[in-house]
Structures are given as C-alpha cells and as structure tokens.
Ligand binder design. Structure first.
Ligand SMILES: [Zn+2]
Length: 174
C-alpha cells in the first residue's frame, strides 16, 4: 500500500521554493510504478491543507493539524483524516480488495488513516469480524490462505519536479 507520511508534507511546507512535489511509488520486485501523486500545500500560518492529485485527476484534500510537542516546544504536523476526523501521521492510498483477498489484489481508495482503511474492510468481509487480534486485520485476513505475504507499506520517492523524476529513470508523468 502506498503511504504518505506527514513528514513529507512538512518538508514540502518548509521548502522555501513553494513548489509541488511529485511522489512516486515503485514496486521493488520489477520496478513498476504503482502510483504517483502531486502534492501541493496551501497554508497560511497554522491553518491550511494539502492537496493530493493522482494521475487520473482525482484529488484528495487533507487538513493540516499542528500538535505542540511537550518536550521542546516545537510543533508536530499531523493530517486530518476525513473519515474518522482524527489527526494522524500516516495515510494509506490502497486497500486489499476484500472480495479477492487471496489473489493479492489491491484497489485504489481515497487517502485515509490506517484504522479507517481497516475498518472499511472489516465491514465488507464478514469472515474478518470475529478476530481483532494484535496482528490487526491484515494478518488475520490472510491466515486461512497460509503464507501469502502481507501487503507492504511503501514510502514514496519524492521529486521536486517531473524533469527530475525523468532524470532519475522514472517514466515521464504529466
Ligand atoms: Zn481515519
């Protein structure tokens, strides 16, 4: 599953150039590009939002939430999950297709926190419901099929321009 951590949004906010970042998720096994997102921050002082635009044109907007750090007086940036209305550190863009969990397929969803991605499929796959173990839904779901790998969480490659992405050997993206 592609993951967007809040610290990538923060580095974009801190970038004095005020430019969009291009995030690319590449499958390690064969180098295939699985997902690409253009990240743009719109912030004034402590309020604002981040816009995540996929290559298909679909756009998600997540609110920025600043949380005071007790130790050093700094601020941690979190993003507001639109589904549970809670500030979170990591956002997930895909989920297992709960109707074909055995086939290793995932499908694209709008960005949401981990627990919302899991809630979504416990509500769709009846057999998941009895077991809320420490492994979490993913581990529980795969048990009946033996040793299938858990879906990995991928951090993106971050580029500050499409040209840079092409130079690094990633294909051209609009
Ligand atoms: Zn959530």
């Amino acid at each position: 599953m592609p993951v967007i951590p809040a610290w990538i949004v923060r580095s974009n906010l801190d970038d004095p150039r005020k430019i969009p970042y291009l995030l690319i998720w590449k499958r390690e096994s064969d180098g295939k590009i699985m997902e690409a997102v253009r990240l743009t921050c719109h912030a004034h002082g402590y309020s604002g939002y981040v816009q995540l635009k996929r290559t298909d044109g679909s756009t998600a907007v997540l609110g920025l939430v600043w949380q005071p750090l007790p130790r050093n007086g700094g601020q941690a940036l979190l993003l507001f999950c639109p589904y549970c209305q809670t500030p979170r550190r990591f956002f997930y863009g895909w989920e297992w297709d709960s109707f074909s969990g055995w086939s290793n397929r995932v499908r694209s969803i709008s960005w949401r926190c981990r627990s919302c991605a899991q809630l979504r499929y416990s509500s769709e796959g009846g057999y998941l419901r009895p077991a809320y173990g420490r492994l979490g839904q993913l581990g529980v779901m795969l048990r009946p099929w033996g040793n299938l790998p858990r879906p990995e969480s991928w951090l993106p490659y971050v580029f500050t321009s499409p040209e840079e992405a092409v130079e690094e050997g990633f294909c051209a993206l609009k």
